[in-house]
Design a protein around this ligand. Structure first.
Ligand code: NAP
Length: 295
């Protein structure tokens, strides 16, 4: 019988997974600091998992990434290295690493980006250290498969949002959460957004990503691939969709154009479609309303 261990179980994706994979063991940083190899060995001694879903990461908004690049790199490299190494040593059969479309180059010639475009250039400067640390996990997993014959894999999701995003800590808030917060607390019928509103983004309801992880486990899919819906809206379009669905009277003011981040990073989901052809992503408006109603 399989024993599933989920790191990052207290995070956004972890909370959706808890609902649909209730028998797994879900960890937060309080249960085990994955940066500390001794603690990871003790954890595996106690739990002896056969499947590991590695969600844990140091994740944050653009301002925090700019302020603390060394921490974003080191924490993620340490967590990933410890978890992968100990998983292999304890004979884990299936390991799913969760990366991010931030691993992709800042710019490429052709969009949407395919999995093999990962190494065509450096990640965007605003979160280069997070991007490189996550990209390194892909290298590490590929290296383990090559050297040790494992069939470990990784998923590369686009930006996520949902009811369980971090609504308390501003430095950890993701774009949609921050946007919905601003809409809810708007004064003078206006919200202020950072940047120009022009960058394009794919956003996925985090519950959809949890469903895909469950499918990958149940069908024992050992391939690595992008996970993103096909829509790719500008920040301005997304903000307008959210405003229309919640408080249509609001207008948007943009400031700090230097905080735009990467212009676009949309990825191709044909591999995902080849393994899970019928998957239907939650439409953006529906997911936004669910998240807004939970604020
Ligand atoms: P999240 O909400 O920020 O949660 C992060 C999780 O990692 C929490 O459970 C946290 O535990 C845990 N963690 C952080 N540092 C740790 C440490 N030193 N030791 C052990 N656990 C630690 O993350 P998420 O949004 O669910 O993201 C899940 C995965 O998807 C991550 O790998 C992330 O990089 C990736 N991803 C996320 C997005 C997005 O938009 N959210 C987009 C693409 C990819 P505590 O609760 O105790 O702090």
């Amino acid at each position: 019988m399989n024993k599933i261990l989920v790191t990052g179980g207290s995070g956004l994706v972890g909370k959706y997974l808890q609902k649909i994979l209730p028998d797994a063991t879900y960890l937060s940083s309080k249960d085990c600091d994955l940066r500390d190899q001794r603690q990871v060995y003790d954890l595996f001694d106690a739990l002896k998992p056969t499947i590991v879903i590695h969600l844990a990461a140091k994740v944050g908004g653009i301002k925090d990434n700019i302020a603390k690049p060394a921490e974003y790199f080191e924490d993620n490299i340490l967590m990933n290295t410890n978890l992968l190494k100990v998983s292999y040593e304890y004979g884990v059969k299936q390991f799913i690493g969760v990366l991010s479309t931030c691993i992709y180059p800042d710019k490429v010639d052709n969009y949407p980006m395919k999995e093999e475009d990962m190494f065509l250039g450096p990640p965007t400067p605003t979160n280069f250290s997070y991007g490189y640390a996550k990209r390194s996990l892909a290298v590490q997993i590929d290296a383990y498969n090559k050297q040790y014959g494992t069939e470990y894999s990784y998923l590369i999701p686009c930006n996520l949002y949902g009811e369980y995003d971090n609504f308390e800590n501003e430095s950890k808030m993701h774009f949609i959460t921050a946007l919905l917060h601003k809409i809810k607390n708007a004064k003078d019928n206006q919200i202020e957004l950072l940047g120009t509103g022009k960058p394009l983004r794919q956003f996925m309801y985090a519950g959809d990503f949890a469903s895909i992880i469950k499918y990958v486990i149940e069908k024992n899919i050992t391939h690595s691939f992008n996970v993103a819906p096909d829509f790719n809206y500008s920040i301005d379009e997304m903000a307008k969709i959210a405003i229309k669905a919640t408080k249509p009277e609001l207008t948007i003011k943009y400031s700090n154009p230097e905080l735009d981040g990467q212009y676009r990073k949309d990825v191709d989901s044909s591999k995902l479609r080849s393994y899970i052809p019928d998957f239907e992503f939650t439409p953006l408006e529906e997911g936004l309303i669910k998240s807004y109603n939970n604020l």
